[in-house]
Design a protein around this ligand. Sequence first.
Ligand code: TRP
Length: 327
Amino acid sequence: MEKVALTGIKPTGSFHLGNYLSAVRSAIALSSKNNYTCYYFIANYHALTAEKNPALLEEQTYHILASWLAFMHDKKNVFIYLQSDISEIFELYWILTCYTHKGLMDRAHSYKDALSKDIKNINIGLYTYPVLMAADILCFDTDYVPVGKDQKQHLEIARDIATTFNTTYKKDIFKIPEPIINESTSLIIGIDGQKMSKSKNNIIPLFVEENKLRKIINKIVTDSKAIEDSKDPNTCNIFSIYKYFASSTEINDLKEKYLSGGMPWSYAKDLLFEVLINNFKKERESYFKLIADKAYLNTVLKTNKEIVKQKASLVLKRVKENLNNLF
Ligand code: TRP
């Protein structure tokens, strides 16, 4: 039986290690399984709720597209596409809004966060963001959605909406999606020691030039222990990232250096830089080739648009058949 995996990334900033560890790593793993079809996309209409600058939005859309492709442009079972290319999603979005109780949106964390900051910044797109996300997912009979922990509630909302629709018509019209959340990487620390997030300006981007990456790593906040002091790897921001990418021998070696004293912070930073550069050598090379070739990127979008629309239109048709014959 075919299984469907689906996830999206908003083009609102640079692709970073948090994206990779929370969702993309699982997305890649699912794409290597037998009988999986993967729909991985750039959520540019979700981005529009917050980003209105046309040039920036365009640049970041290509950036996320090339990032996705750098990991899996050679896979036949993976379709990377632009959300706005698939009009079926937006038709389904409207249908779903009519089965979504307002209270469900009022309870969404992201909306409540925005509400607590500044009510003037809340547009209806932001308010109904979870319904569009439900449409993204339900439009493809998705089985699994690899996401970061911060998206857990959005997945619950999608399941809720699907269930309401199914109950209304007493039929299993929508498949109920399962989130894939990697609990062990649920808190990825940024360069300032807080949760890594675009909005906090503390990300470690993956696809930037080496010297820029080095500069960012050099900015990781550490405590003020002197070189000769023994240091605690478990509370160190450098180590907390290093451990996701280094081998167990490398991790143990560095741990010893921390504990025994005599290690300058620059040593740990250099090791983190090296491990990232080595781990993502192939992907980084691909990324820089891809981002320089807009014609190729446009061809990918065009080809995948046709394929992905076919799948979405089948689901949409099945949904509309329940409304009445005129829809
Ligand atoms: N809201 C997600 C995020 O900010 C992005 C997203 C949009 C998404 N639609 C999706 C993720 C559908 C998974 C499935 O990370």
